[in-house]
Design a protein around this ligand. Structure first.
Ligand SMILES: Cc1cc2nc3c(=O)[nH]c(=O)nc-3n(C[C@H](O)[C@H](O)[C@H](O)COP(=O)(O)OP(=O)(O)OC[C@H]3O[C@@H](n4cnc5c(N)ncnc54)[C@H](O)[C@@H]3O)c2cc1C
Length: 423
């Protein structure tokens, strides 16, 4: 059994012979669920995705896709779509909040692509989600289906939905995000924890910012108790920004809400004019409370498992949340392909290979909150000096463990060699 071929932008085709006839139900059609479904489908599994929303939509915001994720997306046939809508930044530029001084400028672009074999993209989330959704045959995606519960019968799992329908499957994958119902069903209810940060997010038409002469880099501005990130998306037609501000508590009911523009601007008083001008140019902003969870000791029980934010939500300060969700789908596919008739063993192996890596990403993302948000003073000066002298190692050697990783290779061998390095 091999991976079915798909054209670069076309739909993935289901193979007629499924590995052991295995039916896989994926709950959630976010970036994680759709990537996993495409990967599983190309491996020949009988995949169905169940999404609670009546239509697929993403908020107006950006997402960075590093080479560890783009290598998987290219294999899924999305190279042309990513090249068309994604932006390839030339550098990551970390700067000081008030005077704009460069603390560190690390190359991305061609040198990174030559080193790791795949591009770094900065994208509109809707462009990425749309590319994934278009690649999935329409009859594989079931919208308006809110998962409510499951029964694991040992050899078969029954999933229940709010509309009263039930679906029998051989493996159930919860890709239903940070407030995962599948996770609750497996391990009990536990509220996500507020990280003490809220994010203002928005998009500005690039022509409004022409006078700033922004270069095509990801810029991270660091200041006391907050930071600000911006980069181009959608073929450079839009500038995406994320402004992260520390807060004592999150009192609104919704965890994502339309934000107040004046409030966003007021959160960055005395910051460099470039930051304030970007904020002043936006028509609407969303404010997004940032939650996470500590690493789970387990992701799987029997024939049910989790992926993406459902099992390893993290602060977005390493830009690896979606990338790790995409990696999960590739690793899960490899484990299921190799397992043959024992999917439960495959799920145990999947969590064993993935958990240490995603836990490390969760920890590093949290550490970046401290590094980015140091108050003015000796510690901040020491950080700045260390970054300026190259003491903060952002070299390709230092980040290779993130960017070079090929999640489809499990325990040192690819489960489905035909799927590797085909772009
Ligand atoms: C400010 C910010 C910036 C970020 N920037 C980056 C970045 O640059 N790079 C990066 O890699 N990551 C980034 N991330 C993280 C990234 O957005 C998430 O990690 C990623 O979207 C998780 O994908 P997911 O598919 O696991 O979950 P989600 O995107 O949350 O998708 C879950 C899906 O499941 C559906 N669902 C939920 N419950 C049910 C149910 N009961 N039944 C059926 N369907 C259900 C939801 O409707 C949704 O469609 C950022 C996050 C934030 C907040």
């Amino acid at each position: 059994m091999g991976y079915a071929d798909g054209s670069a932008t076309g739909r993935a085709e289901a193979s007629t012979s499924t590995p052991d006839g295995l039916r896989v139900a994926v709950v959630g059609a976010g970036i994680g669920g759709l990537s996993a479904a495409l990967s599983l489908l190309r491996a020949g599994f009988d995949v169905r995705v169940f999404e609670q929303a009546p239509t697929l939509a993403e908020i107006g915001a950006g997402v960075q896709v590093s080479p560890n994720a783009s290598r998987i997306l290219h294999r899924l046939g999305l190279a042309d779509e990513l090249a068309r809508t994604g932006v390839r930044p030339v550098a990551l530029h970390q700067r000081r909040w008030a005077d704009g001084r460069t603390l560190l400028r690390a190359p991305l672009g061609t040198p990174l692509e030559q080193t790791f074999g795949y591009p770094y993209y900065q994208m509109h989330r809707a462009d990425l989600l749309g590319a994934l959704a278009r690649a999935l045959p329409a009859d594989r995606l079931h919208l308006g289906r809110r998962f409510t519960g499951l029964t694991d019968h040992g050899q078969v799992v029954t999933a229940s939905f709010a509309d009263g329908t039930r679906v029998k499957c051989d493996v159930l994958v919860g890709a239903d995000g940070i407030h995962s119902t599948v996770r609750r069903e497996l391990f009990g209810a536990e509220a996500a924890r507020f990280t003490g940060c809220v994010a203002y997010r928005g998009l500005v038409p690039a022509h409004r910012l022409r006078h700033l002469d922004l270069d095509v880099s990801g810029q991270v501005w660091m200041g006391p108790g907050r930071h600000f990130v911006h980069y181009f998306v959608s073929g450079r037609r839009l500038v995406n920004f994320v402004g992260v501000v520390e807060r004592d508590a999150w009192t609104r009911e919704s965890w994502t809400d339309r934000g107040d523009l004046a409030e966003a601007l007021a959160a960055y008083p005395d910051w460099h004019p470039q930051v304030r001008e970007i904020l002043a140019s936006v028509d609407e902003t969303y404010v997004w409370a940032l939650f996470d969870r500590p690493p789970l000791p387990r992701w799987s029980a029997g024939r049910v498992t989790l992926l993406g934010d459902a099992c390893h939500p993290m602060l977005p300060f390493l830009a690896q949340g979606a990338a790790q969700a995409i990696e999960d789908g590739a690793a899960l596919t490899s484990c299921l392909v190799e397992a043959g008739p024992d999917p439960a063993a495959a799920l145990v192996r999947y969590e064993r290979v993935r958990l240490p890596r995603t836990s490390r990403m969760q920890a590093l993302s949290a550490e970046n909150k401290i590094r980015f948000h140091l108050p003015d003073g000796p510690e901040q000066r020491e950080r700045d000096a260390r970054m300026a002298s190259g003491g903060t190692d952002w070299s390709f050697g230092a980040i290779a463990w993130i960017y070079r990783h090929d999640a489809a290779i499990v325990d040192g061998r690819p489960a489905a060699p035909s799927a590797l390095d085909r772009t």
